[in-house]
Design a binder for this molecule. Structure first.
Ligand code: G3I
Length: 427
C-alpha cells in the first residue's frame, strides 16, 4: 500500500512536470543549449515578462531591430525599443540573437525611395551595420546578417524586380545590381559585420530551407561560399511549419523530419553552427466548441514539436532553438495565414501561477528535453552525458510498471556535465 502510494506520488509528479521548478529553460540550460523567443513587449508586460524570464534562456527582437525600426533616417538611429528588449535579456542571463540586417522587408521609407549608385549603397550598408553592431557590442552573441536572400518561389536568388508583389523584391539587390555582380552585396554585408565586431557569430537565415529541396540547395550554396571565405559562422533555419500531416496547407511550411535531419547533416559537415531561429507550428483554427478532430491536432502538434526538438538535440552543431513568440495572441501567423493559428507554446491568459498557461505543445518540447531515451540516444557528448541506462532505469517505475526511460513525460534523469559534475533533474 505504502509502495503504491509512493508510486502514485511519483506518477503525479511526473505528470505535473514542473513541481520542482522544472521548465524548458532549466532543462535547456542542463543541455547546454539556448531556448529562446522572439519578443515584442506588449502594452502591459508583467505576465509576459514573468513567463519570458522563467521559461527562456534566450531572446531576439521580433521587429525592433529591423532596418525600418532602427534607422529612422540616413544618419539617425532609434534604439529605445530594441535596447529595452536586449537589456531585459542581458539582465536575465539570456543569450541574445540579433535579427536582422539585410532583408527585402521592413526597410525604412527613406531607403526604399533611394536612387543611388552601387558605391553609395555599399557605404550606406557599411554605416548601418557598423553603427548597429557597435551599439550592441558585448550584448548580442549571434546576428542574422542576411535574411531570406533566396527567392520565395525557389527559382533563384531574390532580385530587385520580378515579383508583382513589390514587397518580395529586394531593394539591396536592385541598388547593388546584384544579378550582374554575383550577389556580392551578401559577401559585403558579412565583411562589414566581421570588421565591426569579430567576436560575434554571423548567420545567414532563411525559411523553407529546412528540408532538401531546391530552396535549401540555394541556401546551402550561399553558406558554403561564405564559409569558404570565412565570413559566416552559422546558418539559421526559420522553421515556420504547419503539421507535416496537413495535406491542404501547401508547400510553404511543409516539413519532413528525415529531410531536416539530412539537411542538418550536410550543413554541419560545412563546419557551421545551426540555429532553429523562428520556430512555430501552425494548425487550423479550432471549432467552437472544440471537436475531437481539434484535440487530435493538438496532440499531433505536441508530437511534432517533440520530434523537432529531438532532431535538434541529436545534431551536435545545433545550439539555439528559438520560437517566434511566446503566446498565440502576439503571433504573426493569423495575420499571414488565413484560418491558421495556435502555433506557439503558451496561452494568452495567465494561470494561477501568474504566468501564461502551458499549452499541450509546450509538453512536446519539455518532454524532448527531459526524455531519458533521447539523452541516451543522442550525440551531444560535448554538452551532457547520461549515466548508463541500467543505473537510471533502476530508479523508478510508473504505475504501469514502465521503467523510467519509457515514461513519456518528464522522467527523472541524471546528467553528467562536461566537467564531471552530476546533476539530478527530478520530475
Ligand atoms: O508598426 C505598424 C503599426 O504602426 C501599424 O499600425 C500596423 C498596422 O498593420 O502595422 C505595424 O507594423 C506591422 C509590424 O509587423 C509590427 O507589428 C506590420 O504591418 C506587419 O507586417 C509586421 O509583421 C512582421 C513581419 O515579420 C513582417 O514581414 C511580424 O510582426 C514579424 O513576426 C515577422 O517576422 C518575420 C521575420 O522577421 C523573418 N522571417 C519571417 C517572419 C515572419 O514573417
Amino acid at each position: 500500500m505504502k509502495q503504491q502510494l509512493l508510486l502514485c506520488c511519483l506518477f503525479l509528479a511526473a505528470a505535473m512536470g514542473t513541481v520542482r521548478g522544472q521548465t524548458v529553460r532549466s532543462l535547456a540550460e542542463e543541455r547546454g543549449i539556448y531556448f529562446g523567443a522572439a519578443v515584442t513587449f506588449p502594452a502591459n508586460p508583467a505576465v509576459y515578462e514573468t513567463t519570458l524570464a522563467r521559461e527562456f534562456n534566450g531572446l531576439v527582437c521580433e521587429n525592433a531591430m529591423k532596418f525600418g525600426n532602427i534607422m529612422t533616417g540616413p544618419t539617425t538611429f532609434s534604439y529605445s525599443e530594441a535596447d529595452a528588449i536586449v537589456n531585459f535579456g542581458v539582465s536575465h542571463g539570456m543569450y541574445v540573437r540579433g535579427h536582422t540586417f539585410i532583408w527585402h522587408k521592413q526597410n525604412p521609407t527613406w531607403f526604399m525611395n533611394l536612387n543611388v549608385s552601387r558605391d553609395s549603397a555599399f557605404k550606406i550598408m557599411e554605416q548601418y551595420i557598423t553603427s548597429v553592431m557597435t551599439h550592441f557590442r558585448g550584448k548580442i552573441k549571434e546576428w542574422d546578417i542576411v535574411n531570406e536572400a533566396v527567392a520565395r518561389d525557389s527559382s533563384g536568388m531574390r532580385l530587385g524586380s520580378g515579383y508583382a508583389d513589390e514587397s518580395q523584391n529586394s531593394k539591396w539587390a536592385a541598388l547593388t545590381d546584384a544579378a550582374n555582380h554575383d550577389f556580392d552585396y551578401i559577401d559585403s554585408a558579412f565583411t562589414y559585420a566581421r570588421r565591426a565586431d569579430s567576436s560575434v557569430l554571423l548567420f545567414y537565415n532563411d525559411y523553407n530551407t529546412e528540408g532538401m529541396g531546391k530552396k535549401a540547395d540555394r541556401a546551402y550554396d550561399i553558406v558554403a561560399h561564405l564559409k569558404s571565405l570565412d565570413l559566416v559562422d552559422g546558418v539559421g533555419l526559420q522553421c515556420h511549419f504547419h503539421l507535416s500531416t496537413d495535406s491542404v496547407a501547401g508547400p510553404n511550411g511543409s516539413w519532413s523530419p528525415s529531410e531536416l535531419a539530412a539537411n542538418l547533416e550536410r550543413l554541419a559537415a560545412l563546419g557551421l553552427i545551426i540555429s532553429f531561429t523562428e520556430v512555430d507550428i501552425r494548425i487550423p483554427n479550432a471549432h467552437t466548441p472544440m471537436t475531437a478532430e481539434d484535440s487530435a491536432l493538438l496532440i499531433q502538434q505536441r508530437d511534432e514539436y517533440y520530434t523537432l526538438m529531438k532532431l535538434f538535440l541529436a545534431q551536435p552543431k545545433c545550439r539555439s532553438f528559438f520560437v517566434w513568440g511566446i503566446n498565440d495572441a502576439q503571433s504573426w501567423i493569423p495575420d499571414f495565414f488565413d484560418g491558421y493559428g495556435s502555433c506557439l507554446l503558451f496561452s494568452n491568459t495567465a494561470g494561477t501561477n501568474g504566468q501564461f498557461e502551458r499549452k499541450t505543445c509546450y509538453y512536446g518540447v519539455l518532454d524532448a528535453l527531459s526524455d531519458a531515451t533521447g539523452i541516451l540516444g543522442n550525440a551531444r557528448e560535448n554538452y551532457v552525458k547520461m549515466i548508463p541506462a541500467t543505473k537510471a532505469a533502476n530508479r523508478s517505475f510508473d504505475l504501469l510498471g514502465r521503467t523510467v526511460k519509457d515514461i513519456p513525460f518528464h522522467p527523472r534523469i541524471i546528467v553528467v556535465k562536461p566537467g564531471g559534475a552530476v546533476n539530478e533533474i527530478h520530475p
